[in-house]
Design a protein around this ligand. Structure first.
Ligand SMILES: *[C@@H]1O[C@H](CO)[C@@H](O)[C@H](O)[C@H]1NC(C)=O
Ligand SMILES: *[C@@H]1O[C@H](CO)[C@@H](O)[C@H](O)[C@H]1NC(C)=O
Ligand SMILES: *[C@@H]1O[C@H](CO)[C@@H](O)[C@H](O)[C@H]1NC(C)=O
Length: 933
């Protein structure tokens, strides 16, 4: 797609690719010079420089377009082949090759040798010896995942001050910087991302600068050299200063650009400043390029008089190369205003952008994007991560579908853990992106956009042996690699064994979102989200596949109905179930003439889900202080104003209703949320609220004003852990003041739970001891819940024995030191943290981190469900039924967070296995109605 760019201006000689022809031209250029020398008067004699040949070669090289050598496809081994790697035969695979626009699927074998895919399909291997055989038994196989937007190695896990190499703050335009210079070879995330199938990543500088520097493409596997450079895929020849072969086509380079909020805010400037920084930098590069072109047109014409030295500048050479069309520009750019500015810039300076990244508003302006110079940039974006800042406020989950023609990729590791890049593709697919394009979006599309599609992104004979063997269709929620090959080397020590149901072996059927898609465009990303009340008092749900209800006595979720033939019926009158089960059981109710009938097509009815862990309900736009409640005073770090000192802050006082994240949560089955005040050691008191209520005075808006008392103990606090624990001990032993003392008294008396946000196993151990100590002093048991609790699995037994509950993230990541000992789950470990805790009888809930992900709670549950099911029978403990999985985000959270009045809403989904169908209605006993979505 980039073949058109990079041609020299009309004055330049024609573009040459074939080596003999190039040789011939250089030969004739020299001959021409020689002729000048011989035929012209003596004065010319001094002017032919001694290095004329080198200059001519250098000038010729300027106009070569990047790409592989012409004989690349006939290579016999990969330049990344590791000697001693055994050939591997993957037998009996269902191969998604990426060919035919992502529609080709081959049933057959794949042979990997010399770091390459040697054969695909049906073939005879009799001539080979010592072949490793992996029987895929029909499993799906795809190319390795290509991550076009990564900060792997430069923004390493765990985060430490000694390793923050994402951004330089030495100026707005720094095209001379190279991400490679910060590429840490010990980032914990390489191994994790590989376990999610990521084999190649484009490591970009961050977005603090307009021009942050050059990006480098790496393969993620460990290397024998253990060096940063050894990870590179096709680095530019000029990288280490070795002599550049003037006849060889250069390799594609990559560069980061950013517009909008980030560069503006970092430099306390505005969009105008950023845009000027771009223009100033590009103008500098343009002047150098024009000098070079003028110089070279003379040199190539043999006009040596007064020519002098070749004009160049090491600082600007990379940006000059952008103007020559030899660099893939990756442009972090969200809003229409910024996209417009960049499109203008490309036309002013005549360069192309490979992709707009993040680009949350791109779906509103496809025609504008098509006006970019050269070719329309691809659009790389998140699937559902949005609204975290103004630039993302109008983001739509339907953007990938709307932009489908423009290609897309979906990541920003570690902003989103790239281990789960395939999950982004799954969500894009759920929201309407066709399966072939969804798979391409994380494989062949990014490979093409990065100029690497001659070797990665598809399964073709002669391509790099980067292959994933999946345990289900890769677009099925919870898909996990059984094995990942990079350069033909198996990356998982042991292939992962799991048994997924047949239903997971094909691309999921996705709901119809045509109406929502039209509204996203019509309302520029802000469609109304309020549900509509069913007009009839009686609603009949037909073709119900399963029904789950909370048992008021046990507070557990029970599966009360399950039918493989999906012939269940639920009749609701004024928001109450009057009859449920088989048709025959509900005959009288079914005949109600005024009833509204809804066909669930095998879907489920289950208790309204609860969201916990993010500031949902306390903010509209997380990074905009003026749109939210803000942070509480931290008594350990700053002086609390005397007027408020001694008061425990209540989230209920700061609740905001009608936030888009809450409403999107509601539309996805999350009917209530529990939120605590944000920040500090002593966070305050959490509240339970409805995600659909219009304001605090509406019926049922605040479900429970006070739920639990929350504190945080962290190694990342600037106050010592010992100080934090000592403070907590003092507060529990009655040393607090006023209201705070009263609240801790309630905790000690067992009236409300104490929720401690803690990740480190060492902190958790201290908390378990503190609990004992306080209980011994007070004589009553404390209800302690650990939130975050990333390392809790290390103490699962002790936590279980102490009767302490735990709320964890479904997909852990070692963001900080105190979270580094995660239990990663499949395929790296057979068991997950949730399963390990459940095995010790710990009551477990799941939490989210950011408000936008409340809407994905159903997916989180389905994910747990798929994992638990696939390993059931393989491990003796930790097996959860469907009802128990639902409880993780409903009744368990209520127990763990001190909710007394259980939420009675019920969610009805249409289609889909488990909980991943589309929510079509919420049954609300409180409002005596059914809300239609
Ligand atoms: C491929 O695997 C499937 C599923 O295990 C099996 O039914 C089929 O017989 C296998 N085919 C061959 C050629 O081994
Ligand atoms: C310099 O880079 C070239 C091209 O990538 C490579 O072949 C060569 O080995 C490198 N030299 C050193 C000293 O790293
Ligand atoms: C968990 O609880 C069950 C039922 O009460 C009991 O049989 C089992 O031993 C317990 N497991 C552990 C590890 O405590």
């Amino acid at each position: 797609m980039d073949k058109k760019v990079g041609l020299p201006s009309v004055k330049q000689p024609p573009k040459i690719r074939v080596r003999p022809l190039q040789l011939a031209i250089v030969f004739f250029a020299i001959l021409y010079s020689l002729a000048n020398f011989l035929l012209w008067p003596k004065s010319r004699l001094e002017t032919l420089p001694i290095n004329a040949q080198a200059i001519v070669a250098q000038c010729r090289a300027l106009y070569l377009t990047p790409g592989p050598p012409d004989d690349f496809q006939s290579r016999m081994h990969s330049d990344r082949f590791v000697k001693g790697t055994k050939p591997t035969l993957i037998r009996n695979a269902t191969i998604w090759t990426g060919l035919d626009d992502g529609n080709e699927v081959i049933q057959g074998d794949i042979f990997l040798d010399k770091g390459l895919v040697k054969k695909v399909g049906t073939f005879d291997l009799r001539s080979y010896r010592g072949v490793e055989v992996l029987d895929a038994a029909g499993a799906w196989v795809s190319p390795g995942i290509v991550d076009m937007h990564s900060h792997l190695g430069v923004d390493s896990a765990p985060e430490l001050n000694g390793a923050s190499d994402t951004n330089s703050l030495k100026g707005l335009a720094l095209p001379w910087l190279r991400s490679l210079d910060g590429l840490n070879t010990h980032d914990e995330a390489y191994r994790l991302s590989i376990s999610g199938g990521v084999t190649t990543a484009n490591v970009l500088p961050g977005s603090a600068d307009a021009i942050g520097g050059q990006a480098f493409v790496i393969k993620l596997r460990p290397t024998a050299e253990r060096s940063s450079s050894a990870m590179l895929l096709e680095p530019p020849f000029s990288l280490n200063g070795t002599h550049v072969d003037a006849f060889q086509r250069p390799r594609w380079r990559q560069m980061k650009h950013a517009c909008g909020e980030n560069p503006s805010s970092v430099y306390a400037g505005t969009r105008m400043d950023t845009q000027w920084a771009f223009r100033q930098a590009y103008n500098t590069a343009r002047i150098i390029k024009e000098k070079q072109d003028a110089y070279c047109s003379k040199a190539l014409a043999g006009q040596w008089t007064g020519l002098g030295d070749f004009p160049e500048d090491l600082q600007w050479e990379a940006l000059v190369d952008v103007l020559r069309g030899r660099v893939k520009v990756h442009n972090h750019c969200y809003e229409d205003v910024d996209i417009d500015g960049m499109v203008r810039l490309t036309n002013e300076f005549k360069f192309s952008i490979a992709a707009f990244h993040h680009a949350h508003e791109a779906y509103m302006v496809p025609d504008l994007i098509k006006k970019a110079y050269g070719h329309p940039p691809a659009v790389a974006m998140f699937a559902t991560s949005a609204r975290y800042k103004r630039e993302a406020y109008r983001g739509s989950e339907f953007a990938p579908r709307i932009l489908a023609d423009n290609g897309l990729d979906v990541s920003d590791h570690p902003v989103l853990n790239s281990r789960h890049l395939i999950y982004e593709a799954q969500q894009a697919h759920y929201f309407g992106l066709p399966a072939n394009l969804a798979l391409a979006s994380v494989t062949s599309t990014p490979a093409r956009v990065m100029g690497q599609d001659h070797r990665i992104g598809r399964i073709i004979e002669g391509f790099d042996a980067d292959i994933i063997v999946w345990d289900s269709h890769p677009l099925a929620l919870g898909a996990a690699p059984k094995q990942v090959f990079i350069d033909g080397i198996a990356q998982l020590e042991k292939p992962y064994t799991s048994v997924k149901p047949k239903s997971a072996q094909h691309a999921p059927t996705t709901p119809n979102f045509d109406k929502e898609i039209a509204e996203a465009i019509k309302y520029e990303g802000l469609p109304p989200l309020e549900p509509e009340k069913a007009k009839s008092d009686v609603v009949v749900f037909r073709n119900v596949g399963s029904i789950f209800l909370k048992n008021p006595a046990t507070r557990l979720v029970d599966e009360v109905f399950m039918s493989a033939s999906a012939d269940g019926v639920v009749v609701v009158e004024k928001g109450q179930i009057v009859c449920s089960g088989t048709q025959t059981a509900c005959l009288t109710a079914l005949s109600r003439s005024e009833a509204l009938h809804l066909n669930l097509e095998g879907g489920s009815i289950f208790p309204g889900l609860i969201s916990y862990g993010s500031p949902l309900g306390l903010t509209h736009i997380a990074s905009e202080p003026s749109t939210g409640d803000g942070s509480v005073f931290d008594p350990l770090r700053s002086q609390v104003p005397p007027i408020i000192d001694g008061t425990a802050i209540k989230a209920a006082d700061g609740l905001l209703f009608g936030t888009r994240d809450a409403l999107l949560g509601y539309r996805s089955g999350v009917t209530s949320a529990i939120t605590s005040p944000d920040g500090g050691f002593l966070m305050g008191l959490s509240s339970v609220f409805s995600t659909v209520a219009a304001n605090k005075l509406a019926d049922g808006a605040v479900i429970q004003e006070l739920a639990a008392l929350h504190v945080a103990v962290s190694l990342s606090s600037r106050v010592s852990v010992s100080t934090q624990i000592a403070t907590l001990r003092g507060l529990l032993l009655g040393e607090g003041k006023d209201d705070i003392s009263r609240r801790f008294g309630d905790v000690v008396a067992g009236k409300i739970p104490l929720v401690v946000h803690a990740d480190s196993a060492d902190v958790i151990a201290s908390l378990l001891l503190l609990k004992k100590e306080v209980e011994a002093a007070a004589g009553t048991p404390i209800r302690l819940t650990l939130a975050g609790a990333t390392e809790a699995h290390l103490l699962a037994k002790e936590i279980g024995q102490a009767g302490v509950g735990v709320i964890v993230h479904q997909r852990p990541f070692p963001t900080t030191w105190e979270e580094r000992r995660i239990l990663p789950g499949p395929p790296l470990t057979q068991t997950s943290a949730i399963a390990a805790l459940v095995a010790h009888n710990v009551t477990v809930g799941i939490s989210i981190e950011e408000p936008w992900s409340a809407r994905n709670t159903r997916f989180d549950l389905a994910w747990v469900m798929h994992h638990i099911r696939s390993t059931a029978g393989l491990e003796s403990n930790g097996a959860l039924g469907r009802a128990e999985v639902l409880a993780l985000a409903s009744s368990n959270l209520e127990t763990l967070l001190g909710v007394e009045e259980s939420n009675t809403d019920l969610v009805a989904t249409r289609g889909g296995v488990d909980f991943d169908g589309k929510v079509v209605a919420i049954i609300s006993p409180l409002s005596e109605s059914v809300n239609l979505i």
